[in-house]
Design a protein around this ligand. Structure first.
Ligand code: GLN
Length: 195
């Protein structure tokens, strides 16, 4: 199984390392052509404005087309912002793959970064979550399931083939959330009769 990591900017290497530890063939994706042959895609943390500006060849538009056909995607932090339907205080959103509104930098500045244990539905009672200038989910649309909360804010959610997290599971050695995404990818392949 081949899973791509959007490799424009951000924590790309860390996601690739977890994928390889899970025995998955992880590929860097910088251009539209590199999306072909993939079973799923991870959009990493970094800086969403920078990632969107540097995404050449309508990369994000193509990701949106694939997502609407059921292609599994997982966005962490800036990746979640890129997938959100709406961004507070911003006229335009990017891929708009999941019906949520996000508030950027809601967890504070870089110096306010923190790690906490989260209960993630169906995944773990004790997931170590690292928050760095993290977005919080401020509106949950119909059909979206909240998978984790920090204090009152929703910080992880899923709508069908789209998974998003405010924090960085790739910055810890805990691979359970990546394993959960790999299961989503497998289910999709089975449904499509690819496996
Ligand atoms: N605050 C960043 C943004 O708005 C996201 C931070 C992160 O990915 N760690 O894109």
């Amino acid at each position: 199984m081949r899973v791509g990591v959007l490799a424009v900017q951000g924590a790309v290497r860390e996601h690739l390392s977890i994928l390889s530890q899970l025995g998955i063939d992880g590929r860097r994706v910088k251009k539209v052509g590199e999306l072909s042959g993939l079973s799923g895609l991870i959009l990493p943390g970094g800086e969403s404005t920078t990632i969107s500006l540097l995404s050449r060849g309508h990369l994000l538009t193509k990701v949106g087309e694939l997502v609407s056909k059921g292609f599994p995607v997982f966005g962490t932090c800036a990746g979640m912002i890129l997938l959100a339907g709406e961004i507070e205080g911003q006229e335009d959103a990017y891929v708009q793959a999941i019906d949520i509104t996000v508030a950027r930098n809601a967890s504070g500045r870089q110096v306010d970064s923190f790690e906490t244990m989260l209960c993630v539905k169906g995944v773990a009672d004790d997931f170590p979550a690292v928050f760095i200038r993290a977005p919080y989910i401020t509106r949950i649309g119909n059909g979206v399931t909240v998978l984790a909360k920090h204090e009152r804010a929703a910080v992880m959610a899923r709508q069908g083939n789209v998974l998003v997290a405010s924090f960085h599971p790739e910055l810890t050695s805990d691979m359970r959330i990546h394993r959960y995404f790999v299961e989503m990818v497998k289910e999709h392949e089975e449904k499509e009769g690819i496996l």
